[in-house]
Design a protein around this ligand. Structure first.
Ligand code: NOJ
Ligand code: CA
Length: 701
């Protein structure tokens, strides 16, 4: 690691003050200043163009004098970092962390000389900054009422936004100018279990924007720990965004004790959309792994007893009764409804299928008692996470899976009762270890308990991290659904393989679904913080297959479902459809069997948020390449420049493309598969249907 401290100036200036640093390549500049009232501010420039104009920094406290004005500079530290590190799993083998740092120590002379440090890290592709509160005599405990961080964009950019909501991020995106945002339209999305929309002009981060002069700008945060998530309030006349933190049950935002700091506030910027997708800024701003021995952490591809419940073929619950009680109900005495999905027999069927087709794991939902009335009652003790239903042979199945060399993936739906989960997690994790389950999918459907807390507030943020830590102590891996969206913490806790924390494929089974452009936006927003358990691979696109009255459908072609294994990076990838649906399309299924979940390299070849993405990835430790291209509701040609291939090799490419007459709505399951010899000089041109995509696997001959 190279870390050079090249300036350390000690000064005390009471009047206006300014300081500039440049990114390593010189393309970005950060100006820090203090105005005559002692208010700290920053600006971000790309060359000579303002990306963020003068924007104030500060915090309001609910129990003491604010951190807003009357600051003077005590000390400025500058340094440069240029180092590389290897993630445990990821899109690339090695990540370079190359930035300039400016740490400004400020003193509030009128309030007991209280001190704050504002630390900036300027990369070639963006800026991160955070507030740090060192240990000091006059600032010990404090309660944050509001963070007043501004992002003064000064222009009416095009934005890809979802409503600011303290509880849910399961929305599809709307594209408007900043002036056109109306987040209350989210109220009409009725399928989301719990929603707490803030108001008309509030949106969530990551917020992806495009300027009329060709900049791609993304505002987000990194390393969210012991603090609430940051949404944004949009001033729709002046285009100034201000941080809006998720409150707690009594209206405060965060409880702090020095020494402490906020998460990093981030602005990623480039003239190329592909650079936003390839950015490692968020990961670089997170702490290195806290887990020393990571040998037990493995990317996984899995299938599961899951989609069959979402399409209504089977149920999570064992009996159809509407009042059960963990300690009173005689589970063996209940009358089975005949539709239960997680039976011993059905689980064996999935284990057999996983073994036959080389999948690492099988997720089983609905194995444990409590699903009869799990939702909508704000009930504290719904699940105990240890008692199987009478028709699920926990011990026998773990032996059966071990014999077949398949791992079982545990499911802990908490029904948002985090208190209940925390009380029972030790027993739950012991049970997982006893029966050889290496990973758990958690879920938080419903209103949070402790009552009054939100999914994205400080209390729950601490809960999710606690779960990841506890699992790490037990050498177990995590996939969290309905959690706060990730902010790069998988670097610190690499056992935290994935989260949902966005609108996943499941919405296509039982709601108006995800519009065809959805998967061309998620990588520019949600995925910047870490992998998503999107659950791709649905082959049976229309739900009337299960029930003739159903109008729901997946809003993609079948070939696009294959492409998602590339464009939606995750070390945990599900083949989400039913075994019997894959059996009908074994030729296309071959791609899901072949595609890895871990990579040595990734090249974003072409991209435009809301329109299309093409990415090529090199399999970990191999010379095989895989490519995925997706488009929105418009048909287009993917132009895949193969110059990343070795110059001296000949390769065989297998192309899984939309058929000529494919269309996400009219003819979604029409695909064609063909093989071609390719070399590095080739450019593959492949037609993507409306709502379509293509997947390619390339092997050296
Ligand atoms: C919502 C999750 O996203 C989904 O995957 C799961 O099947 C249900 N909750 C039940 O826990
Ligand atoms: Ca969900």
């Amino acid at each position: 690691m190279k870390r050079i401290v090249y300036i350390a100036v000690l000064l005390l200036i009471n009047s206006a003050y300014a300081q500039t640093i440049k990114s390593p390549s010189g393309i970005l500049s950060l100006n820090f200043s203090i105005n005559p009232e002692g208010v700290p501010a920053y600006q971000l420039l790309y060359g000579k163009e303002f990306i963020v104009k003068e924007s104030a920094l500060g915090l309001e406290f609910s129990d003491q004098h604010s951190f807003v004005r009357n600051f003077s500079v005590v000390k400025i530290d500058s340094s440069a970092v240029d180092e590389s590190w290897n993630p445990v799993w990821g899109e690339v083998k090695t990540i370079r962390n190359n930035c300039r740092e400016l740490a400004v120590t400020l003193k509030q002379t009128d309030v007991n000389n209280r001190i704050i440090i504002i630390r900036f890290r300027l990369f070639n592709d963006g800026l991160g900054f955070r507030y740090e509160f060192p240990m000091q005599d006059n600032l010990n405990y404090f309660t944050i009422a509001d963070e007043l961080t501004q992002f003064n964009l000064a222009k009416d950019h095009t934005a890809f936004w979802i409503p600011g909501d303290y509880d849910s991020n399961e929305y599809y995106y709307t594209k408007t100018r900043l002036s056109g945002i109306d987040a209350t339209i989210g109220k009409e999305v009725t399928e989301i279990s719990v929603r707490s929309i803030i108001g008309k002009n509030y949106v969530q981060t990551p917020l992806m924007m495009r300027s009329d002069d060709g900049f791609y700008i993304n505002i987000f945060e990194a390393a969210l720990v012991n603090y609430p998530a940051m949404h944004l309030k949009v001033d729709q006349s002046n285009f100034i965004l201000t941080s809006q933190l998720v409150p707690d049950a009594v209206g405060n935002k965060a409880y702090m004790q020095t020494p402490c700091n906020t998460p990093w506030r981030t602005i990623i910027v480039s003239k190329n959309a592909t650079d936003i997708l390839a950015s490692k800024l968020i990961l670089n701003l997170n702490e290195p792994s806290k887990i020393e021995d990571t040998s037990w952490i493995n990317p996984m591809k899995y299938i599961g007893i899951w989609w069959e419940m979402h399409v209504g073929k089977s149920s999570w619950n064992y009996a159809d009764v509407n009042n059960v009680n963990l300690s009173l109900t005689d589970w063996n005495g209940l009358k089975p409804n005949g539709k239960h999905g997680a039976t011993t027999e059905n689980t064996k069927r999935y284990i057999d299928f996983a073994a036959e087709h080389g999948f690492d794991g099988v997720l089983i939902e609905g194995w444990n008692v409590g699903w009869e009335d799990w939702f909508g009652k704000w009930k504290e003790n719904v699940f105990d996470f240890v008692t199987p239903y009478p028709d699920f042979d926990l011990a026998g199945l773990s032996e059966y899976a071990a014999l077949k060399n398949v791992k079982l993936i545990m499911h802990h739906e908490t029904s948002a009762s985090a208190t209940n989960y925390e009380r029972r997690m030790d027993d739950a994790y012991s049970l997982m270890k006893k029966f050889g389950y290496p990973a758990v999918k958690t879920g938080y459907v419903g209103k949070i308990i402790p009552r009054g807390e939100f999914h994205d507030g400080q209390w729950m943020v601490n809960h999710y991290v606690h779960v990841a830590q506890k699992l790490a102590e037990n050498k177990l891996m995590l996939n969290a659904h309905e959690s706060v969206r990730p902010t790069g913490l998988s670097r610190t806790y690499p056992n935290w393989l994935a989260c949902e924390a966005a609108r996943g494929n499941e919405f296509n089974a039982w709601s108006v679904g995800n519009p065809p452009e959805h998967e061309t936006i998620l990588p520019f927003t949600r995925l910047l913080g870490g992998p998503m358990d999107y659950t791709p691979g649905i082959f049976q696109i229309k739900m009337n297959y299960y029930n003739s009255g159903k109008k729901e459908q997946v809003h993609t072609t079948l070939a696009k479902q294959l492409a998602l294994y590339l464009t939606m990076y995750s070390p945990l990838q599900m083949a989400a459809d039913l075994p019997e649906n894959y059996e009908k399309h074994l030729d296309a299924f071959q791609f899901i069997k072949d595609v890895p979940a871990d990579w040595d390299d990734s090249k974003y070849l072409e991209a435009e948020p809301g329109d299309y993405i093409t990415v090529a990835r090199k399999a970990k430790g191999k010379n095989d390449w895989f490519i995925g291209a997706v488009t929105d509701e418009n048909s287009r040609s993917a132009n895949i420049d193969l110059s990343f291939l070795d110059k001296d090799k000949i390769y065989s490419a297998t192309i899984y493309a939309d058929a000529d007459d494919a269309h996400w709505e009219k003819n979604p399951m029409a695909y064609r598969i063909f093989t071609k010899r390719v070399i590095s000089k080739d450019i593959l041109k492949i037609k993507l249907a409306e709502g379509g995509g293509c997947a390619v696997s390339i092997r050296p001959l």
